[in-house]
Design a binder for this molecule. Sequence first.
Ligand code: ZN
Length: 620
Amino acid sequence: MDLHYTVRLKDADAHLLEVICRVAAPDPAGQRFSLPVWIPGSYLVREFARHVGRVAAECGGRPVAVTKLAKNVWACAPHDPHATDPAGAALSFRYEVYALDLSVRGAYFDRERAYFNGAAVLVRAHGHGEAPCTLELRPPAEALADADPAADWRVATAMPAVDTDARGFGVYRAGDYDELIDHPFEVGRFTTIRFRARGVPHEFVLSGRAEMDGERLGRDLARVCTEHLDLFGPPYPFARYLFLTLAVGEGYGGLEHRASTSLLCARDDLPRPGDKAMGDAYRGFLGLCSHEYFHAWNVKRIKPAAFSPYDLDAENYTRLLWAFEGITSYYDDLALVRAGLISEVSYLELLAQNITRVLRTPGRFVQSLEDASFDAWIKFYRADEDAPNSQVSYYAKGALVALALDLKLRAAGRGSLDEVMRALWARYGADAGGGVPEDGVERLASEVSGLDLREFFDLALRGTEDLPLGELFAPFGISVHLRPAESPSDKGGKAPKEPQEPAGRPRASLGVRTSAAPGGVRLTHVLRDGAAARAGLAAGDVVVAVNGLRAEGERLERQIAATPVGGRVRLHYFRRDELAEAEAVLPAAPEDTCHLCVEGDDGRARVLRRQWLRTVAPAG
Ligand code: ZN
């Protein structure tokens, strides 16, 4: 092979991987190498090169000088064209990578396990990016100080193996650099659950300290996967699929790849042995698995033209992330109800929670979905204390747009989003090149439905007004209800607890989000035009007293709740180390908490619901 990578787990205690990239026919003018500045699927410039340590190169046993040309680009000195020994002509570029990033986006190595994404550790050899290559992963024996504590470490990856031992160490291959960096590796001691969906072998690989009912998880995941496989139909985009999961105390994350996904979850999210109930945490975890799996079609293969190919040296701008993250977010939970894993009531609760999330974001009146997508690099992924005031999530609102489009097409009897997705798959997925143009999703939705959807998309994607969800739900016999939050932990989705204290009296609101702080309550976010903002408070302030009494987490909440709408509260707070005082007039809490009800028993509504959710659950 002209291009070969060796990955050594070099030093667990220093958290160092060593990589050698060997180029058989390097550029005689000076071979260049670069490391991506971002990883596809996560739209933030992460500067992986900052973790690269010692760098060296050699050719025919002789060292070759390496010069840095940019933050992520290295150039080897010009190659001697008179080298007579063909073996000596190959260039080896060697470097260390510091790996202690527990996220699904980087690399990690300690005495417990190793994990890496190619984007974070494998350089691209310029001029050879299109070439097939091999990767040898060496066993970690020499990496650990003890005798051989890693003797039982194994390897899990979706990268096709060429010559590996029983544990998975050895040589793998990739068709090009794009594929090379799209198969993360998990190395260590893990549990593997195997199942098939439509005959395709799937593995769920669990690392970390966790107990789970693997049989149940395998059974449930098989149903989720079957839903997605059936939506797009054969031929399926992968011959084998892996869920690489790390369970920790607290954590959440997922990143999609072409034939696998990396997931980070809390160990309590997994179904415990003997537990039969569908708790919120497990429902959420299945939704995450479903989300990343759907991406194997939507964004890994149906991808924006702007990502075809990826420019890994800089931001890649697209206005389409609402389609790739929003539509995926819509289908993740939808697949759970369609697969019969959750009830219609449970699904409507999840939808209402998402509506609530969007309604609690005043930034939706400031930023359109297209702008949210374009600016993901500097806004969504760098959310700060002003984010709720100035941004809208292309996940949350994008999923609502997908829902709205689906309901609209179904109610009009003009197909469904399922058909739009299949049309996208046929035109831009599979082996089609070029990617989806910026207006491609809109045009295809109009083509499939025969409807003029310009007004809808102008409002949904380029506008900042709310979607008419009440109107869209009506033909399905579903009504939308809004009320103020009952407590800071009220995420919406459920009908209000009865009776509403005292006799439905409207609640007052300070217009803040908070976290506990020593001696008081820190304002993490101050909502624009809310009572706190109007009283001059700012994010970062620590409220220490309300009406002369010490402010503490829930007590602050009770103190605000006890104040009648229009009433005043005196606040003492610290800004930096300076004590200040303000008086806030409390307006009524906004009606930003949603729940959905199935109303009546209209036959057509029932049919529409059944076609949409594929459930036969009774109304309720
Ligand atoms: Zn996603």
